[in-house]
Design a protein around this ligand. Structure first.
Ligand SMILES: [Zn+2]
Length: 262
């Protein structure tokens, strides 16, 4: 006998097409849709800003005696003020004051808040005073980690991404982090009217443990007097924060999944 709607409705309750299960599926779909809509409105992108060093870890020191940890914090606060103007963003600093934080303590904010982007702020220091300008880093596995990295990109390894050890958390975010680093490089090149320079990939221990797209910016060289003067200038920091905000917005827009329209 051919299957008719009536015949299907008359089937035992355990049948997948039974009315009670279908009703349940409809209710569940409606509930999920509602959660998606309300969740979307309430959902803000979480940006973690990490001022490098702190406490008894001063970081680099300029010849004038400026500590890197202080420059990092004051720049982080300028960036927090700038980014917080966008009500779709929740901006969190890994430290608000002058305290030492272990690398793991910095990354822990990311996992707890399910962050969308992690920005670590530092200043560079070079032996020659003439070295100047910013540097951008993203995580790239070293030779020892490369096999694991490539394995995790296979379908079999991909399943293991869900249970990655803490120190491999960044592996799945390498392409996104590289993209953010590229956007930042381009925007800062424009800001400083520089034509060259590229982000640097490396096995940075801090970034390895971060479970979201992550970049590290050295905002200038503390060993260069002109860079130091710029970093000490509130107007320059505010302008720099604006450029960083544009880069963050560009990255978030590019990484937004394309939603199906009904
Ligand atoms: Zn540093």
């Amino acid at each position: 006998m051919p299957s008719t709607p009536v015949a299907r409705l008359a089937a035992p309750a355990v049948h997948p097409a039974s009315p009670s299960l279908r009703h349940l599926a409809v209710v569940a779909a409606a509930w999920l849709a509602a959660v998606a809509v309300f969740g979307q409105a309430a959902d803000r992108k979480v940006i973690i800003i990490d001022p490098g060093h702190g406490g008894d870890d001063n970081g680099a020191r300029s010849t004038a005696g400026t500590f890197e940890k202080d420059v990092n914090l004051i720049l982080a606060k300028a960036l927090q003020t700038e980014l917080s103007q966008d009500k779709q963003l929740q901006v969190v600093l890994t430290r608000e004051g002058d305290q030492r934080l272990a690398l793991e303590e910095r990354a822990i904010h990311v996992n707890r808040l399910r962050a969308d982007l992690f920005l670590s702020l530092h200043c560079a220091h070079a032996p020659q005073e003439s070295s100047d300008g910013f540097l951008i880093y993203y995580f790239q596995p070293d030779a020892d980690q490369a096999d694991t990295y490539h394995y995790l990109k296979t379908p079999l390894g991909g399943r293991e991404l869900r249970v990655l050890p803490w120190n491999l958390a960044q592996f799945q975010w390498v392409p996104a982090s590289k993209e953010m680093a590229g956007i930042l490089q381009r925007r800062l090149n424009e800001f400083y009217a520089r034509s060259s320079g590229a982000p640097l990939g490396g096995p940075l221990k801090l970034l390895a443990t971060v479970n979201c797209p992550a970049v590290l910016l050295e905002a200038g060289h503390l060993s260069n007097p002109a860079d130091e003067r710029r970093l000490d200038d509130a107007g320059h920091r505010a302008a720099l924060a604006q450029v960083l905000r544009q880069a963050v917005a560009e990255f978030l827009k590019a990484s937004e999944p394309i939603r199906e329209t009904p």
